[in-house]
Design a protein around this ligand. Structure first.
Ligand code: SAM
Length: 281
C-alpha cells in the first residue's frame, strides 16, 4: 500500500487511491456481504463499500461523520469499515433494528443512531454545538411518485421504481404532498447541515433524477441550487452507476423515455467566509 503524503490534510489515502477516487463516474455492484440479505429489505439501501470509499476520501481516520437519513446503515457501516466514527438519524424504527441486527451478525461495533425526524434532531445537535467533519447522506429523492411512466398500461413490469417500502409518517420527506414542499424541507436540511459542518469540510448528497408526466425532473440541479443558496460551494458531481439495474421498455416502441440507472452524488464544501481561506482550488 502507498504512503500518505506528509502535507495531506484531507484524508489518509496514498496518491494512487486518491487519484482513483477523483473519477467522476463510479460503478458498484451489490456483493452479498455486510449483511446484504438483511439490508435488502430496505429497497434504497446503499453499498457500505461505496460509502466507505467516499468517507475515506473526504475525512481523516477517526473523524466523525453524520448521516441524517441513515436507513439500514449503508453510511454507518461504511464509516466502521474505514475506522471513522458516525452518527445516524433515521425516522423508522424498522430500519434501525435491521442496522443493529447487521452489526451483531457481522461483529461490527454499532455506530450511534438516533430515531427521529432529522430536522428536529439536527436542531438539537446545533443547539448543543456539535460539529462534524463530513455530512454524507442519501435522502428520499423525491415525493412518492405515481406510476406514470407507462400511463398505467403495463402494471408492475413497467412501474417507476422497485421501492415499495413507503412509510405513512408525515415527517418522511417522501410523504410531502408536493415537490415544492419536498424542496422546502431539503432547503432546511441543507441549511442545518451547513451549521453542523466544520469549516472547509464537505456535504455529500446522493440524489436521483426522475421522469414524471412526460418530463425529466432534474432533482440534482434543484438540490445543487439549494446548497449554493445556503452558501456552500459546489465542488463536483459523481455519477454512480448501479450494476445490474433492470431495463424497462417505458417508451418502446413510440418515444424516448430514459431508464434512469444512475444516481448523482453531489459534493459541496463549506468554505471560510472571512478571507482566511485555507488553500481552495
Ligand atoms: C434513501 S433512504 C436511505 C438509505 C440508506 N442510505 C441505507 O443505506 O439504508 C432514505 C431514508 O430516509 C428516511 N427518512 C425520510 N424522512 C426522514 C426524516 N424526516 N428524518 C429522518 N429520516 C428520514 C427514510 O425512512 C429512509 O430510510
Amino acid at each position: 500500500m502507498g504512503k500518505t503524503h506528509p502535507n495531506n490534510k484531507m484524508n489518509n489515502l496514498s496518491g494512487d487511491k486518491w487519484l482513483f477516487l477523483t473519477q467522476s463516474v463510479m460503478k458498484t455492484s451489490y456483493p452479498k456481504i455486510y449483511g446484504f440479505s438483511l439490508r435488502q429489505q430496505h429497497g434504497a439501501n446503499k453499498p457500505p463499500q461505496l460509502m466507505k470509499d467516499l468517507i475515506s476520501f473526504f475525512t481523516k481516520e477517526r473523524s466523525t461523520v453524520l448521516d441524517p437519513f441513515a436507513g439500514v446503515g449503508g453510511t454507518l457501516l461504511g464509516a466502521s469499515l474505514c475506522n471513522r466514527k458516525a452518527l445516524g438519524i433515521e425516522l423508522s424504527g424498522r430500519w434501525i433494528t435491521i442496522y443493529k441486527k447487521v452489526c451483531k451478525q457481522e461483529k461490527i461495533k454499532p455506530q450511534g443512531i438516533e430515531r427521529g425526524d432529522c430536522l428536529e434532531v439536527m436542531d438539537k445537535l446545533i443547539n448543543s454545538r456539535r460539529k462534524f467533519s463530513l455530512i454524507i447522506t442519501d435522502p428520499p429523492y423525491n415525493i412518492n411518485l405515481k406510476r406514470t411512466m407507462c400511463r398505467g398500461r403495463y402494471r408492475n413490469r413497467n412501474r417507476q421504481t422497485e421501492f415499495t417500502n413507503f412509510s405513512k409518517n408525515c415527517r418522511d420527506f417522501s410523504n410531502c404532498t408536493t415537490y415544492a414542499g419536498y424542496i422546502a424541507k431539503m432547503a432546511l436540511f441543507i441549511q442545518m447541515s451547513s451549521k453542523l459542518l466544520l469549516t472547509n469540510k464537505f456535504l455529500v448528497i446522493m440524489t436521483k433524477n426522475a421522469y414524471q408526466d412526460g418530463k425529466y425532473m432534474n432533482v440534482s440541479r434543484d438540490v445543487a441550487s439549494l446548497a449554493e443558496s445556503s452558501g456552500l460551494t459546489f465542488k463536483g458531481e459523481i455519477i454512480w452507476y448501479q450494476n445490474g439495474v433492470r431495463l424497462r421498455p417505458y417508451g418502446y416502441p413510440f418515444t424516448y423515455v430514459p431508464n434512469i440507472i444512475h444516481h448523482n452524488i453531489l459534493i459541496f464544501r463549506k468554505e471560510s467566509q472571512n478571507g482566511r481561506r485555507t488553500k481552495s482550488f
